[in-house]
Every structure is written in C-alpha cells, then in structure tokens.
Design a protein around this ligand. Structure first.
Ligand SMILES: [Zn+2]
Length: 247
C-alpha cells in the first residue's frame, strides 16, 4: 500500500487574520490549527498516526510517499515516478488529500479532478494610449475582462467548449454546514448548477487567480497596451490534460 500526502501548502496570507501563530501547531477545542493543517499536513499526520497505531509494524507492506510540489502542479512528479518506479511499486494508493462533509463524518473519495494552470495575455496596442479615443481603440485590460467574462454562462457554469461534467451519486452535504466550512458570507449564492458534490468533484471549474494590471492607486489615465491573467482550470474526472485545447 502506498500512502500519499503532500507536505507543501499554501502561504499563510495576512498573519493578523490568524487566531494563533500559523507556524505553531495549536490545539483549540480538540482540533489542531496551523499553516497547512487542512491541506495537507493533516494527510501527512494521518498516515503517521496510522503507522503509529500499528506500533510501526503495519500488517501490509507500506510505502510512504510525501510530495513537496503539489501546490505548483507537480512539475517533476512524472520524472520522479519513472525514476523510482520499483521503490514506489504498489497494489493500492491511498491519497490522504481530500475533505469530509463535516467534522467527524468521514468521506471516501473515489475520483479526483485534474488541474491546469494557464496565463492568458492580451496585447492590443504598441504603446499606452490616452483614453480620449477609447471608443475606437481596444485597450488590453478591458478586452481581457470581456474575454474572462465569457468563460462562464449566466448560472455560473464553465462555458468553455469541450469541457464536460460527469454524474455524481455522492450525497448532498448539509447546506448550512457546507456554507460555514466554506466561509461563504451571508447572501452569497453558490455559482453553477447541479448538486454540490457534482460541482465540487465532477464538473470543470475555472477561476481567475491573479492579474498583471496596475493597482487602483497607481492606475493613471492611459489605456493599457497589454494585460495578463492567471487562470486555474479543474478538469472533470476522466478528462486528460495531456492534450490541451488551443484557441
Ligand atoms: Zn492538497
């Protein structure tokens, strides 16, 4: 059995928004808080706890594989798997990197989505231009915003041709628990259609992660010749990222 988890995690974000220091594992109300506690240090600890529960002598052969570049899309994982094929050989892979419907309600995840990050750049002008003639000139930032606005349909489902969803028979989570765990503000509606498990695990998802544009403080009265956005695309199970579509 190969036990997989990843030990790289997301940055802390604003430290002042933490209740306890992000780099000190802190127990509160029976739960452990710290940077990466939810993804995926918890997975690492779960594997270690299982090995400890067996006194370090599990009844089956175990390979422990902790990855360190999951958050950037595992660029060297294929080469590493090829190189260490024998050491990693196994009958079953247990991936401890998913979520539960609620605290104390275990979940068995049977499918995962694929991930593709991409950067889109729009160039429209040779140089910055004054906005006086904006009606006749395509400035890059407005063009990029219009382009990004076409990626989803009115209900909020991904509207990119060729991306499909697959059906899900997973049970619907308690809406109130789901909203609280997701940190959704009151009045914010879920985007997209279908059951929550379908949206989370079986439908493509496309999000804008960042844009290279002037901040509102620094923006001056010119039309931009170029603008870039970083997008994150989740592919439904059974889709493949080895043949990306070009448009
Ligand atoms: Zn993870």
């Amino acid at each position: 059995v190969l036990l997989y988890a990843h030990l790289d995690v997301q940055p802390t974000g604003p430290v002042e928004q933490w209740t306890s220091p992000p780099f000190e594992a802190t127990e509160r109300d029976g739960r452990l808080y710290g940077r990466g506690a939810a993804d995926d240090k918890a997975g690492v600890l779960m594997h270690l706890a299982v090995l400890r529960a067996f006194g370090g002598r599990p009844p089956v052969g175990v390979v422990l594989f902790l990855e360190g570049e999951e958050e950037i899309g595992s660029p060297t994982l294929p080469a590493l798997l090829a190189e260490h094929r024998e050491a990693l050989r196994c009958d079953v892979i247990v991936i401890a990197d998913s979520s539960n419907p609620a605290v104390d309600v275990p979940a068995f995840t049977t499918s995962l989505r694929g991930l593709v990050d991409l950067v889109v750049e729009v160039r429209t002008l040779e140089r910055p231009a004054t906005p006086a003639s904006s009606a006749a000139r395509a400035d890059a930032l407005t063009a990029l915003c219009r382009l990004l606005a076409t990626l989803h349909d009115e209900p909020g489902d991904v509207a990119v041709a060729g991306l499909r969803r697959s059906p899900s028979s997973a049970p619907e989570p308690d809406p109130a628990v789901f909203r609280a765990d997701a940190g959704l503000l009151d009045g914010v509606e879920l985007v997209g259609s279908g059951t929550v498990p379908e949206r989370l695990w079986h439908a493509p998802a496309l999000a804008v992660l960042g844009m290279d544009v002037p901040s509102t403080d620094e923006a001056s009265n010119v039309l931009l010749p170029a603008a870039r956005a970083k997008l994150s695309l989740r592919l439904a199970p059974a889709r493949t990222s080895t043949r990306p579509r070009r448009r």
